[in-house]
Design a binder for this molecule. Structure first.
Ligand code: ADP
Ligand code: 5GP
Length: 218
């Protein structure tokens, strides 16, 4: 096995709210603990069970705008009436350290990230149908009916933007969807662009061997 340093991979997971993005992201992070996760800033209110600094950094609108104006965010967007943004510095640090970084962001954010990281893996997670999405959003029990209605109303146009993405994963059965997501991630890790130096290392092992002498002797 080679010791060549790898470059971290940008993995962007997008979906309409309630599809199961956080559920699948958690599974990926627990199977691959070396994964870095980009903890976003948001002006949304904390939900039951969420922890400030773990799920999000929760800030008020004034603080968010101050940070945005200082170019603190690699991307930011207004989603369902709240502001969300990815802090630039931790992401750069993790990628430079060779860590793969997972982003759970909306479509506007994914578009912005693509201009900085064109070689990332851009994955869109699809619900099997409107009915299933509505059930999951309501069943999660974390949002009031008005918020659920707003998220469902936005879902159709979000799903219509899915063809901008490189991969589709349908979250019908959780284990099957996870197997697909995992395959995309593992295939992405083998990309030649993330393994600069590997070929040179193997070629130099030919030069260090007796093979050149063989050729000359024939
Ligand atoms: P998102 O992060 O996309 O908003 P969540 O991960 O919070 O969505 O999932 C929404 C709800 O659907 C949660 O209650 C979750 O447990 C449930 N859920 C997620 N994936 C599945 C699935 N494949 N089958 C059934 N329920 C699911
Ligand atoms: P939620 O409020 O359900 O946690 O997230 C709502 C939406 O905001 C989801 O689509 C989620 O992916 C998106 N989101 C979360 N963090 C960010 C971020 O940093 N930037 C952008 N653009 N969207 C985000």
């Amino acid at each position: 096995m080679t010791d060549q340093p790898r470059i971290g991979q940008v993995v962007v997971l997008c979906a309409a709210s309630g599809t199961g993005k956080s559920t699948l992201a958690k599974k990926l992070l627990s199977e691959f603990p070396t994964f870095g996760y980009s903890i976003s800033y948001t002006t949304r209110k904390l939900r039951n069970g969420e922890v400030d600094g773990r799920d999000y950094h929760f800030v008020d609108r004034q603080e968010f705008i101050r940070l945005r104006d200082e170019s603190f965010f690699a991307e930011w967007a207004e989603v369902h009436g709240n502001l969300y943004g990815t802090p630039r510095e931790p992401v750069t640090r993790m990628l430079e350290a060779g860590k793969d970084v997972l982003f759970d962001i909306d479509i506007q954010g994914a578009r912005q990230l693509r201009s900085s990281f064109p070689l990332g893996l851009y994955i869109f997670l699809l619900p099997p149908s409107y009915g299933v999405l509505a059930q999951r959003l309501a069943g999660r029990g974390s949002d009031d009916p008005q918020t659920v209605a707003l998220r469902l109303e936005n879902a159709k146009s979000e799903i219509q933007a899915a063809p901008e993405f490189d991969y589709f994963v349908v979250n019908d059965d959780l284990e099957r969807a996870y197997a697909d997501l995992r395959s995309v991630f593992l295939a992405g890790r083998l990309r030649s662009t993330l393994q600069a130096g590997l070929v040179d290392e193997i070629v130099s092992s030919f030069e260090d061997s007796g093979l050149a002498t063989f050729g000359k002797g024939a």
